[in-house]
Design a protein around this ligand. Structure first.
Ligand SMILES: O=C([S-])c1cc(C(=O)S)c[n+]([C@@H]2O[C@H](COP(=O)(O)O)[C@@H](O)[C@H]2O)c1
Ligand code: NI
Length: 413
């Protein structure tokens, strides 16, 4: 049972114990999970499961009971040392360290202190260690090597803790949300810092349920039973149907737009270059006719969500626009690689777009072809024609399999 994939339904929120319960419900072995936790904090906690009902749905609940008296040192360096010294499978240790490091980084930023000084939450480091190590061990036990997760419900309102009254989503959860899809609303604290750190560290992306052959489903209960809303995390474990993660899967992106009629046109090429240098996936102009019959341009910028703020600032700084519109979009990109084909007495790179190793497009790189044309005195259109012909001879045609490295023909990688 190896190389399985899992998708997490966190649309009702997530906490460390809910995620652990869902994985145990999906078939992870409780005794092996307990052994992993014991390897880090020997004899400190006992983990058990019960079957409960949440808004009429059956779910597994995990209880972590402290069996030792003395409170552990809750600072991040102490927990890091415990994990480093524990006899754990490499993947379990690495994942647990990564989750705690992310949590420590978020707490450090929220409280304005170095990560080395972060104390873990008031609820107790043992609970957190049991949840984090338990989840990482359960993932390993189920043979899960890839995880994605849906949008996270974070809740609303306020919670009371050792630091007093906090707005929901609590600061650490908001900090951990960067680049992730979240939704507010719902009553109370639906996502905890530990749950959010687990999801955003272990999952490689935020997607809807992907294409997979389902092997098992687990339902993990939260503490409260709220009528009308099942307070559960669900995990779907399976085999990918068409490659995992889906290499051409749609990603979230944002299109920023501004209509501009009064910018010196000589400035535009520099504006586009600045936006591309700052991380825009694409930037382009569309000529338009504005009110009062004025010729103008719409500047479009395709932005990864985490770059949106910076790119919006640059649009205001480098153009004369007074407003920027934004729309969320889904973007699907083919996988790409660059292969070289022999042309004349040199070589030219060809960009090959492929899906599941089947070629979809093959395009000689324009700039390199132009440079070869200038160097050799051959007309550019002739260089491009020869490059196209060489690419076809090398088998770089739509529908063909991607050549393996070292395959025969006038092709180098
Ligand atoms: O103790 C600290 S520093 C603390 C900080 C924060 C921030 O958001 S900052 C939140 N909390 C609350 O602690 C409990 C336990 O969270 P777990 O992630 O350990 O389950 C939870 O209610 C947090 O909101 C504590
Ligand atoms: Ni905090």
């Amino acid at each position: 049972m190896e190389n399985r994939s899992a998708w997490l339904d966190v649309s009702a929120g997530v906490a460390g114990d809910m995620l652990l319960a869902a994985l145990l419900d999906a078939g992870a072995d409780l005794a092996r999970v307990q052994r992993a936790v014991d390897a880090v904090i020997p004899g400190a906690v006992r983990t058990s499961t019960t079957t409960v009902s949440r808004a009429g749905l059956r779910a597994t609940k995990v209880d972590v009971v402290a069996t030792a008296d003395d409170a552990p040192d809750r600072r991040w360096p102490a927990i890091r040392a415990l994990l480093a010294a524990a006899a754990l499978p490499g993947a379990v240790r690495d994942n647990a360290l990564a989750v705690f490091a992310r949590l420590a980084g978020a707490e450090a930023r929220v409280h304005g202190i170095p990560a080395e000084e972060v104390h873990f939450h008031e609820v107790g480091a043992w609970d957190s260690i049991a949840d984090v190590v338990g989840v990482c061990a359960a993932v390993h036990d189920l043979g899960i090597t890839s995880i994605t997760a849906g949008r996270v419900a974070v809740g609303s309102g306020r919670v009371r803790g050792a630091h007093g009254d906090l707005a929901v989503p609590v600061p650490a959860v908001l900090e951990l949300s960067r680049g992730w899809r979240v939704v507010g609303g719902g009553e109370g604290e639906l996502a905890t810092p530990t749950g959010m750190a687990l999801v955003t560290t272990l999952a490689t992306g935020c997607t809807d349920l992907p294409d997979l052959r389902v092997a098992s489903v687990g339902v993990g209960a939260g503490t409260r039973d709220v009528p009308g809303r099942a307070n559960v995390v669900r995990v779907v474990v399976g085999e990918p149907e068409s490659g995992w993660p889906p290499e051409d899967a749609a990603e979230d992106a944002v299109v920023l737009r501004a209509n501009v009629d009064d910018l010196d046109p000589r400035v535009w090429p520099g504006v586009l270059a600045t936006l591309l240098d700052a991380g825009a996936s694409d930037a382009w102009l569309v000529p338009i006719l504005m009110k009062k019959g004025r010729p103008a341009h719409t500047l479009h910028v395709l932005a990864p969500p985490e770059r949106t703020d910076r790119l919006r600032d640059l649009m205001f700084t480098h153009t004369t626009t007074l407003g920027v519109r934004e729309s969320p979009v889904r973007k699907t990109a083919l996988d790409r690689c660059v292969l070289e084909v022999a042309v004349g007495d040199g070589h030219l790179p060809v960009k090959v777009g492929h899906r599941d190793d089947v070629i979809v497009s093959a395009t000689p790189e324009y700039e390199d072809a132009a440079a070869m044309a200038a160097r050799t005195g051959t007309p550019l259109r002739e260089v491009l024609r020869q490059a196209d012909a060489a690419a076809r001879r090398a088998g770089l045609v739509q529908g063909a399999s991607l050549p393996r490295p070292g395959s025969a023909g006038d092709l180098t990688t």
